[in-house]
Ligand binder design. Structure first.
Ligand code: PLP
Length: 384
């Protein structure tokens, strides 16, 4: 067996059906979707078909979908676009464990004089809902929370959060990059104003995403120069990417959220096998409130970077939440917010499966991973 790819929260392989749907856009369907002639209208038609599929994935109307260059842009647009539209309101509520695509814009807003509340989590990664509610005030322009954490997979109760924000008429933005297509999200039922989506986490192409903007939500585009995407995101559309996103959404819906139980069973087998066979292994985050494809496992007293390199050499792709800064590995801000000891956080590895992960791959991973961990533990006996 060759490479075992267990890094699907970083990105996924493009599904063959997606690549096939994109090919005409790189060939004969090359018109500018804003052009009135037949070549342009063919591209326009392809975009609108894709928009309908992406919208259907979350129960939205097609006109509520604005395509962007990815999840990062959609997150930025949600925050800064909302604040631009509510000029007098100066407070943002988010969480301490968001993806950098939310955390970094929030920090920049703070530098610009906005007030930002970062609501904390407990040791299991659960949001402090009471603290979130207490943070809301008349000056709060937006609440931005992720649906599932990209590092641990732990879910936030977006329905309960939406009840509270809707009661105060505060727009709620949900970063659903890791959950769309995996869990049911229905905007007809849950009063969320804005949702971030990204194609490459659901077997679509990289560099394309979307922001769901509920009808009536006040938001202002952050770039100017054209009228595409209802003026909110001008610029000639990434036609091939958008068509690929639409095909990926359609495939995800066809697979169905119920089928993820099979992926969860494989993830659970991987997790149980690692805990059984590896010394000093422990799971980070609540195991009962997670997306079905993710497990975050710490190998105490080992360094994530060394583990990842050794795993890669052994043909297993995984990842860590750590960022390498000035030569030293900083523990992930997510694990830090959960109060996890540095010795444990430094050795945290995220394994994330896809709907294409097979049982034989998990069997083989359970041979390769313990062998790597054993070897590293022997190399650093004094530290174990
Ligand atoms: N939000 C979350 C939760 C993510 O996991 C990611 C990607 O890792 C992003 C946003 C950014 O999405 P993109 O890579 O499409 O910019």
């Amino acid at each position: 067996m060759g490479l075992i790819y267990l890094d699907n929260n970083a990105t996924t392989r493009v599904a063959p059906e997606v690549a096939e749907a994109m090919m005409p856009m790189l060939g004969d369907t090359y018109g500018n979707p804003s052009s009135l002639h037949v070549a342009g209208q063919a591209a326009r038609h392809a975009i609108e078909e894709a928009r309908a599929n992406v919208a259907a994935m979350i129960g939205a109307e097609p006109r509520e979908i604005v395509f962007t260059s990815g999840g990062t842009e959609a997150d930025n647009l949600a925050l800064t676009g909302t604040l631009s539209a509510h000029a007098k309101m100066r407070h943002v509520v988010t969480t301490a464990v968001e993806h950098s695509a939310v955390i970094e814009p929030a920090r920049r807003l703070e530098r610009q004089g906005y007030r930002v509340t970062y609501v904390g989590v407990d040791a299991q990664g659960h949001l402090d809902l009471a603290a979130l509610e207490a943070a809301l005030d008349d000056d709060t322009a937006i609440v931005s929370v992720m649906h599932a954490n990209n590092e641990t997979g732990v879910l936030f109760p977006i329905e309960r959060i939406a009840e509270r924000t809707a009661a105060r008429r505060i727009p709620l933005h949900v970063d659903a990059v890791q959950t769309a297509g995996k869990l049911a999200i229905d905007v007809r039922r849950v009063p969320i104003s804005l949702i971030t989506l990204s194609a490459h986490k659901i077997h679509g192409p990289k560099g394309v995403g979307a922001l769901f903007i509920r009808r009536g939500t006040r938001i202002r585009g952050q770039i100017v120069g054209g009228h595409q995407e209802r003026d909110v995101r001008p610029g000639t559309e990434n036609v091939a990417g958008i068509v690929g996103f639409g095909a990926a959404a359609e495939l995800a819906m066809r697979f169905g959220v119920d089928s993820w139980a099979k992926v969860a069973a494989l993830r659970d087998r991987l997790e149980a096998g690692i805990l059984d066979r590896c010394r000093n292994a422990s799971v980070n985050g609540d195991r009962s409130m997670r997306i079905p494809n993710t497990t975050n496992i710490s190998f105490e007293a080992l360094e994530a970077e060394a583990i990842l390199i050794a795993l890669s050499e052994a043909g297993v792709c995984a990842s860590s939440g750590s960022a390498c800064s000035s030569g030293s590995l900083e523990p992930s801000h997510v694990l830090k917010a959960m109060g996890i000891d540095d010795r444990v956080a430094h050795g945290a590895i995220r394994f994330s499966l896809s709907r294409y992960t097979t049982p034989p791959e998990i069997d083989e991973a359970l041979v390769r991973i313990p062998a790597v961990i054993d070897r590293l533990a022997e190399l650093a006996p004094a530290r174990v």
